[in-house]
Design a protein around this ligand. Structure first.
Ligand SMILES: Cc1cc2nc3c(=O)[nH]c(=O)nc-3n(C[C@H](O)[C@H](O)[C@H](O)COP(=O)(O)OP(=O)(O)OC[C@H]3O[C@@H](n4cnc5c(N)ncnc54)[C@H](O)[C@@H]3O)c2cc1C
Length: 286
């Protein structure tokens, strides 16, 4: 197995262009498990850990650009105020060790339907920055990034460089059902992000379909039905839960049944919107 160790982004892109079947390695919390369990035997590993810029983030005019290698622990420690939904999701990932090494870039690379960063990225209108030596930069909206079970929109010679997301303009919440509180892959998960300026609510479902996805019908319903000055109408909340569940197309597996997942999505949708609405009205009153 070749072990490629670029130290700059340009070198990393060149290595991937020359050897498209090289498997990128960031925190290694997915890749090394797969290698150890012989799920895959890559002909080459492309170690990105020396490309320092991937582990940095920046902010300009309220938009955050977060490098692919920024670990969950940094998202929790440094970006929790600006990206609260993502930080909540990050707090539920694995253990402290996993959160110190694992990255959102790796979560996007793996594109598991159960990855915890995907629902908040979808709800917050994140855009994924990918690049190749010969094709240049592409900015892919999160909603177009997930193509199938563990399949994303990356071309063979492309790498994920960063993701872009606006600072939260309203309350954001993430909820995850697991068989215990820590070290568990989601049975299913749900995120909401309120965008009060646009009178809009963003959503993201996890582990409830072949890919992470938005509950578009539920979002459209809320855009027409919400009175942003008033307490939540119970009928609106109920309908939101029903429509969120309708966006799911889950399977039965060892972690849960399709029926349970569909029900849990509707419960989490109602719950997260209730929490977010409580904060929204509180901010207005303050
Ligand atoms: C004990 C344990 C608990 C876990 N718990 C959770 C959990 O609760 N929630 C959760 O979502 N995940 C969990 N995971 C999975 C894993 O930690 C996450 O998916 C994490 O985000 C992977 O990040 P990484 O940097 O380690 O990725 P890596 O393992 O380095 O890479 C993951 C994938 O992304 C690709 N990749 C990495 N960087 C790039 C790049 N720059 N461009 C293109 N492709 C790239 C790799 O080739 C690989 O396919 C757990 C894993 C373990 C071992």
């Amino acid at each position: 197995m070749d072990f490629l160790r670029p130290t700059t982004w340009a070198e990393a892109l060149a290595a991937k262009a020359d050897q498209p079947d090289a498997v990128p390695l960031q925190g290694g919390t997915d890749v090394m498990v797969e290698i150890n369990f012989a799920v895959r035997r890559p002909v080459a590993l492309l170690d990105l850990t020396r490309v320092a810029e991937l582990a940095t983030w920046s902010e300009q005019d309220g938009r955050y650009r977060v490098g692919a290698a920024v670990p969950y622990s940094t998202i929790i420690g440094e970006l929790g105020g600006a990206l609260p939904g993502l930080a909540q999701a990050a707090r539920t990932v694995g253990s402290p060790q996993i959160r110190n090494r694992g990255s959102v870039g790796g979560n996007l690379g793996a594109a598991s339907p159960a990855g915890d960063s995907h629902p908040p990225l979808l709800a917050a209108d994140a855009v994924i920055e990918v690049e190749s030596r010969d094709g240049g930069v592409r900015l892919i909206p999160a909603a177009e990034f997930y193509l199938g079970v563990k399949r994303n929109a990356l071309r063979p010679d492309e790498l994920i460089r960063a993701f872009h997301v606006p600072a939260a303009s309203g309350p954001q919440y993430f909820s995850k059902v697991g068989t215990r509180n820590a070290m568990v892959i989601a049975v299913c998960s749900f995120a909401v992000a309120l965008h009060p300026g646009d009178r809009r609510v963003g959503t993201g479902l996890g582990s409830a379909a072949p890919t992470p996805r938005r509950a578009l019908e539920a979002e459209e319903f809320l855009a027409g039905a919400l009175d942003w000055e008033a307490p939540l109408d119970p009928a609106v909340l109920r309908r939101f839960g029903e429509l969120a569940a309708r966006a799911a197309s889950p399977i039965d597996d060892v972690r849960g049944t399709a029926g349970y997942r569909t029900h849990a999505i509707s419960v989490m949708a109602r719950r997260t919107l209730t929490w977010a609405w409580h904060d929204h009205l509180g901010r207005r009153a303050a």
